[in-house]
Design a protein around this ligand. Structure first.
Ligand SMILES: NC(=O)c1ccc[n+]([C@@H]2O[C@H](COP(=O)([O-])OP(=O)(O)OC[C@H]3O[C@@H](n4cnc5c(N)ncnc54)[C@H](OP(=O)(O)O)[C@@H]3O)[C@@H](O)[C@H]2O)c1
Length: 437
C-alpha cells in the first residue's frame, strides 16, 4: 500500500512517526507493507526535527503526488477548504481512497467528497475530524446502523472545555481563563474558531449527518460561542447544582405537521453536575449518544493533539488499505433519510434567566405575566436580595427563573419583553439548560 501524505504539521508528523514505529504491526494488520510515497508540504526547507523519514520524499506539488499511479491512499492533514477540496475530489475521482481529518471541509462541502468517492469507487474515512482520538464516527456509521439514534450531545472542543472548566474551578472570568489556556498551549494565538463555536459547529454538522442519515452542513448549525459567559453565570449555575459547558446538540424532532426533522446547535448551556458530560474536564472531549434500542452511550477521550489525532488517522488508513486489498469498499454515505433541519426558533429548549428587578409588590406577577403571554411555563423561581451593582440598597432583588421546555423563539421573545419592563432593571444572564435538573 502506497500512501501520499498531504501535510506534515502537528498531526502529519505524528502520522509519520507512528507509521515508522509500528510498520511491522501495521503491515501484519493490513496484510501488506505500508509505505509513504511522498509528503506534500508548504515549506520544503522547514526544520522537521528528527522525523524518521527520507527528506527526498518531501514535495510542494501536492496535486502531482496525488496523481501518481503508485499512490493508493491519500491522507490529508493540511486543513482548510481550498486547496484541500480540489485535491481530495481529484484523488477520489481517480479511485484512490482518502483519509482526512479536515472537519472544516467536511462540514462545508462533505457532499462533494462523498459524490467523488461514489464516482471513483474508493473509500472516504474521517474518524479524526471529530473528537480526535475517540472512536466515534465508526460506531455512528457502522455499529449503530441497526438502531435509531434520537439525540447526540457532545463536548467536542477542547479549548472551550478547558476555559469553562477553569472558570468553574477558580471563579475566573472568561478573559482570564482564555489567557491561561493560551499560556498552556490549549488555545491558539487567534482563538476565534474555538471560542466562537465555529469548530464545534463543523463537528456538529458531521455528527448530525451520520446520526440522522441526512446531509447537514455547517450553515445549518445554530452557533453561539462562549465569549459572553461570565463568572456570574458560572456562579449562578453552581448555585443550581449545574455547570456550564459548550455543547453540540443534534436531535430528532418533528415539525407542526408531524414530519420528522433534525435540529443542530452549538451553544453554552447549564447541565446538572450529575450529568455524565458534567465531569468531562480540562481539554477532554466526550459525546453522549441516545438511541432507541441501545439507550445511552458515552464516548470519552482526547479530542485533539498530534498523537491522539494521528491514532485515529492510522486506524482509518488500516481500514481503507484492507478494503483495497480485498477489492471492496466500505458502505458509502448514508443520506437516504434527507431530514430537513429545523430552524433554531423551533428547537425545544429550556432557559435559566437571572433578572435584577425592583423589590416591590406586584413585580413577580408582572414578570410571570410575560412568560404566560409567550406560552412559556415556569419550572422554578428563586428570589433573593440583589447581589449585583445595587446590592445592599434594599430597592432591588434578584429573580432567577428556570423554565420548562418551550420553542427557543418563544423563550427569546420572553426575554426581549422582560428587557422592556421598567420593573426589570437588567437581565443579568440568560443561559439554556440541558439534560434535566
Ligand atoms: N492539531 C490537532 O489537534 C487536530 C485535531 C483534529 C483534527 N485536526 C485537523 O487536522 C488537520 C491538520 O491540522 P494540524 O494541526 O496538523 O495543522 P498544522 O500543524 O498547521 O499543519 C499543516 C500542514 O499542512 C501543510 N500545508 C499547509 N498549506 C499547504 C499547501 N498549500 N500545500 C501543501 N501543504 C500545505 C503545512 O506545511 P509546512 O509544514 O511546510 O508548513 C503543514 O505541514 C486540520 O484539518 C485540522 O483541523 C487537527
Amino acid at each position: 500500500m502506497r500512501l501520499a501524505l498531504l501535510g506534515c504539521g502537528t498531526v502529519g508528523s505524528e502520522v509519520v512517526r507512528l507509521l515508522h514505529e509500528q510498520s511491522a504491526d501495521l503491515a501484519a494488520r493490513i496484510g501488506a507493507p505500508l509505505e509513504i510515497a511522498g509528503i506534500a508540504v508548504r515549506r520544503i526547507g522547514r526544520d522537521r526535527g528528527d522525523l524518521p523519514v527520507d527528506p527526498a520524499l518531501f514535495t510542494t506539488d501536492a496535486l502531482g503526488l496525488i496523481k501518481r499511479d503508485d499512490v493508493d491512499v491519500v491522507v490529508e492533514v493540511v486543513g482548510g477548504i481550498e486547496p484541500a477540496r480540489g485535491w481530495l475530489v481529484e484523488a477520489l475521482r481517480a479511485g484512490k481512497s482518502v483519509v482526512t481529518a479536515n472537519k472544516a471541509l467536511l462540514a462545508e462541502d462533505g457532499g462533494a467528497l462523498h459524490d467523488a468517492a461514489a464516482e471513483g469507487g474508493g473509500d472516504l474515512y474521517y474518524e479524526a475530524a471529530v473528537a480526535g482520538a475517540i472512536p466515534l464516527l465508526r460506531p455512528l456509521r457502522e455499529s449503530l446502523h441497526g438502531d435509531r439514534i434520537t439525540r447526540v450531545t457532545g463536548i467536542v472542543n477542547g479549548t472551550t472545555n478547558f476555559i469553562l472548566s477553569a472558570m468553574d474551578a477558580t471563579g475566573a472570568g472568561f478573559a482570564e481563563a482564555l489567557e491561561e489556556a493560551t499560556e498552556l498551549g490549549y488555545a491558539e494565538a487567534d482563538p476565534t474558531a474555538d471560542v466562537e463555536g465555529f469548530d464545534a459547529a463543523a463537528k456538529a454538522a458531521i455528527l448530525a449527518s451520520l446520526a440522522f442519515h441526512s446531509r447537514v452542513g455547517a450553515a445549518d448549525v445554530h452557533r453561539e460561542g462562549i465569549t459572553e459567559v461570565t463568572a456570574a453565570d458560572v456562579a449562578s449555575a453552581k448555585a443550581m447544582g449545574c455547570t456550564i459547558k459548550l455543547l453540540c446538540i443534534a436531535a430528532r424532532g418533528a415539525d407542526a405537521d408531524g414530519r420528522e426533522t433534525v435540529s443542530v446547535r452549538v451553544h453554552p448551556a447549564m447541565i446538572p453536575r450529575t450529568h455524565p458530560l458534567a465531569s468531562v474536564g480540562d481539554a477532554f472531549n466526550a459525546v453522549f449518544v441516545e438511541a432507541e434500542a441501545a439507550g445511552q452511550l458515552m464516548f470519552y477521550g482526547r479530542g485533539a493533539g498530534g498523537a491522539p489525532t494521528a491514532s485515529a488517522v492510522l486506524g482509518d488508513v488500516v481500514a481503507v488499505s484492507r478494503n483495497r486489498l480485498a477489492g471492496v469498499r466500505a458502505a458509502s454515505e448514508s443520506a437516504y433519510a434527507d431530514l430537513p433541519v429545523r430552524p433554531m426558533g423551533e428547537a425545544l429548549t429550556r432557559y435559566h434567566i437571572s433578572l435584577d428587578v425592583a423589590d416591590r409588590p406586584g413585580v413577580l406577577a408582572a414578570v410571570a405575566g410575560v412568560f404566560a403571554r409567550h406560552d412559556v411555563s415556569i419550572a422554578t423561581v428563586r428570589q433573593g436580595p440583589a447581589g449585583g451593582a445595587t446590592a445592599g440598597r434594599g430597592e432591588d432583588a434578584d429573580l432567577v427563573i428556570v423554565t420548562h421546555v418551550a420553542p427557543d423563539a418563544a423563550l427569546a421573545a420572553t426575554v426581549q419583553e422582560l428587557r422592556g419592563l421598567d420593573i426589570v432593571r437588567s437581565v443579568a444572564s440568560v443561559l439554556r439548560v440541558e439534560g434535566g435538573t
